[in-house]
Design a protein around this ligand. Structure first.
Ligand code: AMP
Ligand code: ZN
Length: 437
């Protein structure tokens, strides 16, 4: 396989040079951060006077972590490190975990961000010949405009279709010969189910590739989308605090996400002890942005759980790979004292061929106990009038889940297309337990 690089020199920079680059950029970033009210105080309190305090990569550890709570407290302009007049764009996090936080870009920041997104897109084999339909929310969410700009930078024809409006998405795909799409994995599954329902002939479409991200999904879900739509699916990871998409992405080898270490410094820590984990061990990802002047954020605790690959990638890129992000520290559900990540449930059900493209997890209080219900759609072929095979399937799901999560769930089967579908990030967990209970 021949691999395609957007910026071969930077993507394959030998590690010592990459680390020297990071140190240089870290110094510049610290200098810039000291101009923001929040960091002037925070860094001064930590005894940091300026870039001269950073002589080796290990000096990064002198900087205190930044949390989501810090960002909220700095709202709206506490993290701004340039005059307001220099800012040309703002974006906000999707607010799935509380009040949204805002980030700011100057013109150079936007250019650098676009460069990283273009690198991701090009690295999957896209060229100017491609037609790219960006089926994700535009607006404050970074996924829309971020991928839009990256796609144009690569020179593809970009269709800013946005999320939702499934039937129109098919028309656009057919009329303009869309070859590449970007969406959340849940929306891709929804689109596929609708396609079947509306009798859209896959053979009339030119689709060959999708970028799927913004929410966790399992390897089985990827395979399901790939098999159903007959395309290649690439995992895309980013977060608004670190610009948005373009932080880490799969290359054509499709095994692990290269984190662009010339734009970000990544650490993985044990979320309890805050100490770095051993190489290859799972923990919380901590990121420092090296490519943003308007709004520098240092050692940000993402709450996303992942690990570094220890082996280099056959594609030749020197930037380390992250494992698929299966969930966040704050995703964890405690059900009758058992810790469960929603991704563990997804892994079990999406591996079953009879299961459809959508599912929901519901938790309620029943007396003193927590009650977990897994509601899943089944494929139209499975959903028949005869209830015997359905009962057997229900029992199989219940049994497999129980073995994997050591918790006995109730299982409900639903007709394909009947559970609420989402256009943006899927809301998979409905926790009906009283908050203070
Ligand atoms: P936002 O700042 O609203 O864009 O949300 C960013 C968050 O979405 C990240 O911190 C992750 O929790 C999640 N996320 C984004 N991309 C992925 C992905 N490919 N896999 C798993 N989670 C993701
Ligand atoms: Zn690679």
């Amino acid at each position: 396989m021949t691999f395609q690089y957007w910026n071969k020199k930077m993507e394959t920079l030998p590690r010592p040079e990459l680390e020297a680059w990071q140190l240089e950029k870290l110094r510049e970033t610290v200098k810039q951060a000291l101009r923001a009210p929040f960091y002037r105080k925070r860094l001064t309190e930590a005894g940091i006077r300026g870039p001269e305090d950073f002589k080796t990569p290990g000096d990064l550890g002198r900087i205190p972590f930044t949390t989501k709570q810090d960002l909220r407290e700095g709202f709206p302009y506490g993290f701004l490190a340039v005059p307001r007049e220099e800012v040309v764009r703002l974006h906000a996090s999707s607010g799935t975990t509380g009040t949204p936080t805002t980030i700011y870009f100057n013109a150079g920041d936007l250019k650098r961000w676009t460069g990283f997104v273009a690198r991701c897109i090009y690295g999957t084999g896209c060229t100017r010949a491609d037609v790219f339909q960006n089926m994700i929310t535009y607006g404050l969410f970074t996924g829309g405009l971020g991928f839009h700009a990256g796609g144009e930078e690569v020179g593809m024809l970009v269709i800013p279709s946005g999320a939702g409006n499934t039937t129109r998405q098919f028309h656009l795909m057919r009329d303009f010969g869309t070859t590449v799409v970007h969406a959340t994995p849940s929306f891709l599954l929804h689109v596929e189910a609708k396609m079947r329902e509306e009798g859209v002939n896959r053979e009339h479409l030119k689709l060959k590739r999708a970028f799927a991200g913004a929410e966790p999904y399992s390897e089985d879900t990827r395979r399901r989308i790939e098999d159903l739509l007959k395309i290649d699916v690439y995992n895309s990871y980013g977060l608004s605090e670190m610009n948005g998409p373009g932080v880490a992405f799969e290359c054509q080898h499709k095994d692990g996400l290269h984190l662009w270490e010339d734009g970000y410094i990544a650490e993985i820590i044990n979320p309890d002890t805050l100490e770095p984990v051993r190489d290859g061990e799972r923990g919380e990802l901590v990121l420092t942005v090296l490519c943003r002047e308007a709004d520098p954020i240092l050692r940000y605790r993402t709450r996303d759980l992942t690990a570094f690959y220890t082996e280099p990638c056959p594609c030749g890129r020197t930037h380390r790979r992250l494992c698929r992000i299966k969930g966040r520290t704050d995703d964890m559900l405690i059900i009758n004292g058992v810790n469960i990540f929603p991704s563990q449930i997804e892994e079990v059900i999406m591996a079953m061929g009879e299961v459809g493209n959508n599912y929901l997890i519901e938790i309620e209080k029943e007396g003193e106990l927590d009650r977990l219900t897994v509601k899943t759609e089944v494929t139209p072929e499975t959903f028949m009038d005869d209830t015997r095979p359905l009962n057997a399937l229900k029992e199989k799901i219940r049994h497999t889940l129980q073995a994997s999560i050591t918790c006995n769930p109730r299982v409900e089967l639903h007709e394909s297309g009947s559970l609420p579908a989402s256009e943006g990030k899927a809301v998979r967990v409905i926790d009906k337990r009283p908050r203070d209970g």
